[in-house]
Design a protein around this ligand. Structure first.
Ligand SMILES: NC(=O)c1ccc[n+]([C@@H]2O[C@H](COP(=O)([O-])OP(=O)(O)OC[C@H]3O[C@@H](n4cnc5c(N)ncnc54)[C@H](OP(=O)(O)O)[C@@H]3O)[C@@H](O)[C@H]2O)c1
Length: 333
């Protein structure tokens, strides 16, 4: 008896603990596109970082996209060149498994600058749709112009796909003013709704004429690299050493190394964020938003999605954004 009694009572099968619901996030918000069939979310998740992967990266990437959808991201930005199609395939996979197949996702993809001849444009879109598991995309961008292929050839092909309903809205990326003017000459009914460009507190002045053109033609600026690859979340400001990739990103075509000066300004921005009691990322994202742009953040792990949403959920005062603007420009005042 004792032996039996000393035996721990058989444990009743426990009902598995209900999965904790994801922390609700404030809505991201959206705006109408001047030439689009659906509203455009104001903050997106970019899926370029998938290009550098290993199988571990792939699992982490799926978790990252899943977390983003669960927490309210709806706009996902990919391209046929990202990971040679793997980015689109993974996105398609994750969205298919999300609640109800994620019909509310706003999916952007891009035709490569190497595929701008009419037959290539059509084949590229069909292949992208196949990888994404969709019958249409919400936004289709020319990833970058190619001087060898006249836009007069590419645009009618894109417009035909738009008329067939396979594309919700047309856009471009990395286009300058002359190219935007050229685009407008070759579209009959469709209009360019978006220009996606590199834009953040440190990358701004040289592209102001393009943004001015876009503002005056109701073309939404989508801002890529809005966090300057994590610098505007506070990366590389203390012990983390800048990677060679990050150094190349900062250097661009500059003749002298701009990094030391940018780090000084980024530290001053961090001090400002601390003083204002907001995350540095909030300043980076809402400075763009105030300038009319919709940022596409990158994230290579779920925690970064959470960090980016936390940053988005706090809008710093205009006076803080004004001071950030001056600090990033290099004003010492
Ligand atoms: N149209 C074009 O030509 C073009 C060009 C570039 C990008 N894009 C698009 O824009 C998207 C975003 O570009 P991007 O990756 O340069 O943007 P970004 O948002 O400036 O940088 C993203 C990187 O910052 C770091 N990061 C993000 N959230 C963080 C957080 N909460 N805390 C700390 N670090 C954080 C991560 O670096 P680690 O991964 O190193 O941790 C992440 O990969 C791309 O994915 C792509 O969709 C388009």
């Amino acid at each position: 008896m004792t032996a039996r009694l000393s035996k721990p009572p058989a444990r009743r099968a426990r009902t598995p603990a209900a999965k904790a619901p994801p922390t609700p996030s404030p809505p991201i918000g959206s705006i109408p596109l001047s030439a689009g069939r659906r509203e455009h979310p104001l903050l997106g998740l970019g899926l370029w970082a998938l290009g550098r992967w290993t199988p571990t990266d792939e699992a982490r990437t799926k978790a990252t996209i899943g977390r983003a959808y669960e927490r309210g991201f709806r706009w996902f930005d990919t391209a046929e060149v990202y990971g040679s199609g793997r980015s689109e395939r993974i996105l398609g996979d994750v969205l298919l498994r999300a609640a109800g197949g994620a019909p509310d996702a706003f999916v952007t993809t891009k035709v490569s600058w190497e595929h701008l001849r009419p037959a290539q444009v059509r084949a590229s879109l069909i292949n992208s749709l196949e990888r994404l598991g969709r019958t249409s995309v919400d936004l289709y961008l020319i990833h970058a112009p190619d001087a060898k292929v006249p836009l007069a050839q590419t645009l009618p092909a894109l417009e035909a796909l738009w008329k067939e309903g396979r594309i919700g809205a047309l856009g471009v990326s990395n286009f300058g003013v002359e190219e935007l003017e050229e685009v407008a000459r070759h579209l009959a009914e469709a209009k360019i709704a978006v220009n996606q460009v590199r834009y953040n507190l440190f990358d701004r002045d040289d592209a102001e004429p393009v943004r001015e053109y876009c503002r005056s033609h109701q073309i939404l600026i989508e801002a890529y690299s809005p966090l300057a690859r994590g610098l505007l979340h506070g990366r590389y400001l203390d012990t983390e050493k800048p990677t060679p990739e990050f150094k190349r990103f900062i250097q661009r075509q500059a003749e002298t190394d701009p990094l030391p000066d940018i780090l000084v300004r980024a530290r001053a921005l961090r001090d400002l964020a601390k003083e204002a009691g907001v995350p540095l990322g909030s300043i980076a994202l809402h400075w763009l938003r105030r300038n009319g742009a919709a940022p596409i953040v990158g994230a290579s792990r779920p925690e970064q999605v959470d960090g980016n949403l936390a940053a988005w959920s706090i809008r710093p005062d205009d006076s803080v954004l004004d001071r950030a603007d001056a600090i990033a420009r290099g004003d010492r005042a």
